[in-house]
Write a protein that binds this ligand. Structure first.
Ligand code: SF4
Length: 231
């Protein structure tokens, strides 16, 4: 597996842990607001072989508390199994970010005890994914991923990037009902500073929701999940 990036330290990518972040390349989604446009398109400025990553992780034992794997979409490459296995063999917990489009692979990773934390994005109500995916059957895949994660992941969170025009009171409430009973739902504030996959996206009008609206969305989602937070 070729990794496109390595962030050596992060305090925010693995809840409760100081981690490094590994970036995979390529994505099967087309989210207009994607901040990792180069990675999503499969264009990568650097390459890291697995052996180089393992040497780095070996040297950071005792300093790092976990490894976060993000993308792009990490589940597109079957090499994710070897990567997780190698990272865990060094004693690091693994956190995986995913768009939820590969439920079968998620199930295997969980059943083989290769992931310790899964963060799945839910970008919109599941029947309204056309701005994000060209797959007409994505609804079923996402539903299966949500069920799989809630039933069997060791720890997890669902996340929604709150950007206009995709997110409003109705969409957040619908999503929260879809994941009713979930351990954790995170509403992410959109950052309008980075260039998006669709370069026109953040130039038309500011897609950022004001803090007051973020609080309102949180209050709407809270009744359906164990914990809801704004990040
Ligand atoms: S934000 Fe969307 S396009 Fe970008 S990496 Fe994530 S799933 Fe892929």
């Amino acid at each position: 597996m070729i990794l496109a990036g390595l962030q050596k330290n992060s305090f925010i990518d693995f809840p409760g842990k100081i981690s490094c972040v590994l970036f995979t390349t390529g994505c099967n989604f087309i989210c207009p607001y994607c901040h990792n446009a180069d990675l999503a398109r499969g264009e990568y400025p650097a390459r890291f072989e697995l052996t180089a990553i393992m040497e780095f992780l070996e040297s950071r034992r005792g300093m790092l508390q976990g490894v976060a794997i993000t993308g792009g979409e990490p589940t597109l490459d079957g090499g994710i199994f070897d990567l997780c296995r190698a990272v865990k063999a060094l004693g690091y917990p693994v956190k995986l970010d995913t768009n939820g489009s590969r439920p079968g692979l998620l199930r295997q990773l969980i059943s083989q005890h290769l992931v310790d934390f899964i963060a799945m994005d839910i970008k919109a109500p599941l029947n309204d994914y056309s701005p994000f995916s060209r797959n007409p059957n994505i609804h079923e895949r996402l539903t299966t991923s949500i069920r799989t994660i809630m039933e069997s992941a060791p720890a997890y969170e669902f996340r929604t990037t709150c950007a206009v025009p995709f997110v409003n009171e109705t969409t957040v409430e619908t999503i929260a009902k879809t994941i009713e009973g979930a351990a954790c739902y995170v509403l992410q504030t959109f950052n309008n500073r980075a260039v998006c996959l669709d370069p026109e996206f953040n130039q038309r009008r500011d897609p950022t929701l004001l803090p007051k609206m973020m609080q309102r969305l949180k209050s709407l989602a809270e009744p359906f999940v164990s914990r809801c937070m704004i990040r």
